[in-house]
Design a binder for this molecule. Structure first.
Ligand code: SAM
Length: 147
């Protein structure tokens, strides 16, 4: 990671604590079926400590999916390589239904407006009843390079 033009080592324990605190806001329980669109190495999967019905992470990077699989080995956690634009087909091809928690963490910034609109349309068709959708994106601030 680079801050203020200096290289610093990533503190994985601190990162895990950070995501763990935020994951509490998802109010997960044993009925939760989580879809993590653009899951990367599965940092949000790491942060889920509750018993849930299932977690599905999708990312178009094969390397990141391989890392995610090796780091998260819970039997009801699955990771698939694929593009956000194909999310409905990916779920259908794996017979996955009943998604009620959808994470889009740091993905929208990579998409063009028409792709965002298409993704939201797909998310609307995937979502089961009483779905929670959680979106997280970075924003630029004036002093972004200061610690
Ligand atoms: C900033 S990272 C966020 C990773 C993860 N959501 C997190 O919060 O730790 C962005 C991720 O989006 C993935 N990505 C970018 N464009 C994508 C697309 N069109 N379809 C699927 N994944 C995509 C990248 O491979 C990368 O893992």
């Amino acid at each position: 990671m680079r801050l203020s033009r200096e290289k610093i080592n990533i503190d994985y324990e601190e990162t895990s604590r950070f995501f763990g605190e935020r994951a509490k806001k998802l109010r997960l329980d044993e009925r939760s079926r989580v879809l993590d669109i653009a899951c990367g190495i599965g940092r949000w999967a790491d942060a889920i400590t509750q018993d849930i019905s299932g977690y599905i992470g999708v990312d178009f990077s094969k390397e990141l999916i391989e890392i995610a699989k090796s780091r998260n080995t819970k039997e009801n956690f699955s990771f698939y390589q694929g593009a956000a634009s194909d999310i409905s087909d990916i779920l259908a091809s794996h017979h996955i239904q009943g998604i009620n928690k959808i994470l889009m963490m740091g993905i929208l910034i990579y998409l063009n407006d028409n792709e965002v609109a298409d993704l939201f349309k797909q998310v609307g068709s995937i979502a089961g009843k009483n779905v929670t959708i959680c979106i997280r994106e970075p924003i630029a601030i004036e002093d972004r390079q200061s610690k």
